[in-house]
Ligand binder design. Sequence first.
Ligand code: ATP
Length: 326
Amino acid sequence: MAEIKCIGILTSGGDAPGMNAAIRAVTRSAIFNGFSVKGIMRGYKGLVFNEIVDFRSQSVSNIIQQGGTILKTARCKEFSTPEGRKAAYENMCAAGIDALVVIGGDGSLTGAGIFAREYNIPIVGLPGTIDNDLGGTDATIGFDTALNTIMDAVDKLRDTASSHERLFFVEVMGHTAGYLALNSAIATGSEAAIIPEMNTEVDQLAALISTGFRKSKNSAIVIVAENPATGGATGLAERVKKEFPEYDARVTILGHIQRGGSPTAIDRILASRMGHAAIEALMEGQRNVMIGVENGKTVYVPFSKAIKHDKGIDRDKANLVKILSI
Ligand code: ATP
């Protein structure tokens, strides 16, 4: 394997709080270990269109507390084509980059796997997404901050829900996965979580209305994972209007507010550990792996496993929401 001298970093896909902490950790750990570092702007776009800058230790000063990503992020259609990846490879070689650290979600890691195989490049991924939908890691960078943002918003909504005795459907992100919905339902004491993983099993809305609302409960908050297949919270509220008109159902879609804000301590620490682990992985000769943390231990997860979407939902947590909302 060719010796690695220079490591390029990029952030890709949706931004997530903690990406900056990860950029800082990758940069500082790389410099500490004698590598030079290049920042690649706007995800894969920066490789395809040659927006690559030199990074020094000071380039990542004062960013650990900032949401978003100083490297910017983008979706890049061109990188999904062989011609786009060829341009990316040529630019990467011209900049002297020998290895990449890619911070992003499943699409970004899918692209990383394809690029690594095609050009035999060492690439290590970091799970940067609020959705927590990557396999092989208990949490992704940004998940905890998003959870806390949802918790603050729902705590506020509860005041209105209980004052007006209303049923609120609160839609949260998740990219068709229910981790944010299920965990925020527990954290906010919500009456239910409606998640895509359980849509095929039962009519969650009918079950909720028939058994979920005690007569003594005059208001309720139901956390709904975004889901284009069912129309998410809006789709559910429309169904309630038709099928259960006795309820006054309202919808709140939290939207991009969930992506922003200063990362929590948990996300900063996770991103710092993972960023450092990415450099250690490259020094050990690892390639085509994502850094995960499972049961407190750092693990190397093959890209193919990370993007498989087979993590499954925690049934005990789903039960907990039901038990604690009686
Ligand atoms: P999030 O989970 O926050 O949406 P993501 O990483 O899944 O983040 P995507 O938009 O799916 O976000 O992917 C980011 C980028 O990764 C794409 O714009 C594209 O450049 C690249 N990418 C995704 N899938 C592929 C693929 N099959 N081949 C090559 N590149 C890809």
